[in-house]
Design a protein around this ligand. Sequence first.
Ligand code: HEM
Length: 179
Amino acid sequence: MNGIFPIEIRKFVEARLGEQAWPEIVRSAEVRPRLYVPVADYPDQEIAALLSAVSARTGDPIPVILEAMGEFIVPDLISMVPTFIRPGWKTLDMIANTEEAIHEVLRHAGTNTNPPKLMCRWAGSHEVVVTYTSPRKMCTLAKGIIRGIAKYYGEQVAITEPTCMLRGDAACQLHVTVI
Ligand code: HEM
């Protein structure tokens, strides 16, 4: 996974638990201490071990941590790709355009970064339906990112998830409505 994720896990831990907590998380995750950089990719197992250690430390299940993290990382995600984001966009435009304007571009950036395929369709002027599939099954991260984008644009969203890979469905469907 792209270095932005372990970097953000560290920032998230330090913001929530204090700076001293990071070396403890790394120790209990049993991963080699290292400085993560955004242009590199790191093994998914290492990210999973860090998330499990955060979960053990806070008592929150991993999906809850991923959702909170998704919201937390949006300002940094946006600052990663400022020129890909059109000035007139609001929450739903940003979500509906992420696949072509951002994820697809990052897939061809010459690294192993491989963001999930998001299939998005407008269902009226106030709703976008996102179909998410990924072997990583991180739909809760997606929900957090959506909430973070809404916060960034000063809007409120409601999200329903009629199908979910974590409940055994083939894909997660996120219905996102601006309220
Ligand atoms: C500024 C906007 C965004 C940027 C710059 C961005 C960038 C990235 C990057 C770099 C990754 C790591 C992929 C890897 O290392 O293989 C990623 C993963 C991911 N992104 Fe995005 N993303 C953005 C918006 C979104 C939105 C709007 C959603 C959901 C609606 C989303 C959902 C996800 C999920 C769930 C993952 C986790 C990996 C997976 O599921 O396989 N992202 N994104």
